[in-house]
Design a protein around this ligand. Structure first.
Ligand SMILES: Nc1nc2c(c(=O)[nH]1)N=C(CO)CN2
Length: 162
């Protein structure tokens, strides 16, 4: 069955805009998967306390028949195979980060994967692009719309649409 999944994209190494564009193209090549929406791109201040360059962030909506763990494996393969991501510090710089933010209404907590993404509601760099393409989507645990979560967000981190 086709499910609607939202993927968070982030890069702060190299040509960040080109990398986001490439990531959208690669997501569109995944088997049994279509890209059905792409958010605007944002330049965002790094979150997490590690001094590093600003990120570019975006969110892509997929319609996919891949199961959550299959999708996760595919995203990891893209991170390492296409974007040469290397293991790095937690919160540190990365060539490309591809995170499953939401997968239908699914709530999942396993060793490999937690859905919804556990820090989604705290991250302006994810909520802002998500609310551009899915403002009325309801967070399956918090029971609030994405646009409400964004409005309630206290963190001052700067995100600038490019
Ligand atoms: N603005 C921003 N900050 C981050 C990001 C990111 O994608 N955007 N990703 C991180 C590693 O998960 C750590 N900090």
């Amino acid at each position: 069955m086709e499910q609607c999944a939202y993927i968070g994209l982030g890069s702060n190494i190299g040509d960040r805009e080109l990398k986001l564009l490439m990531a959208v193209a690669e997501l569109g090549k995944l088997p049994r998967t279509r890209v059905t929406a792409v958010s605007p791109f944002y330049e965002t201040e790094p979150v997490g306390g590690v001094p590093q360059d600003n990120f570019y962030n975006a969110v892509v909506r997929l319609s996919t028949e891949l199961a959550p763990l299959e999708l996760l494996e595919r995203l990891k393969k893209l991170e390492t195979g296409v974007f040469h991501r290397v293991p790095s510090q937690r919160w540190g710089a990365r060539s490309m980060d591809l995170d499953i933010l939401l997968y239908g209404e699914l709530v999942l907590e396993s060793e490999q994967l937690t859905i919804p993404h556990p820090r989604l509601a705290e991250r302006r760099f994810a909520l802002q692009p998500l609310s551009d393409i899915a403002p009325d989507l309801v967070h399956p645990i918090l029971g609030k719309r994405i646009v409400e979560l964004l409005t309630e967000l206290a963190s001052p981190e700067k995100v600038v649409r490019i």
